[in-house]
Design a protein. Structure first.
Length: 56
């Protein structure tokens, strides 16, 4: 159950706290430059913003 809570917290928009967040693929430049970084790009359907999160 702890893993589920962790996953839930991970998928919350930092701008509006909306939970309609989907992971999208990083841009080509980011992929090339930051391939060694565990950065993930997310898109929020509530406030229409994209944001990055660190972590695996
Ligand atoms: Zn949002």
């Amino acid at each position: 159950m702890k893993d589920k809570d962790k996953d839930k917290r991970f998928r919350v928009c930092p701008a509006c706290n909306g939970q309609k967040v989907e992971r999208i693929s990083r841009g080509t430049i980011l992929k090339t430059l930051l391939f060694w970084l565990p950065v993930q790009k997310y898109y929020c359907f509530k406030c229409f913003r994209t944001f990055y999160r660190f972590g695996k």
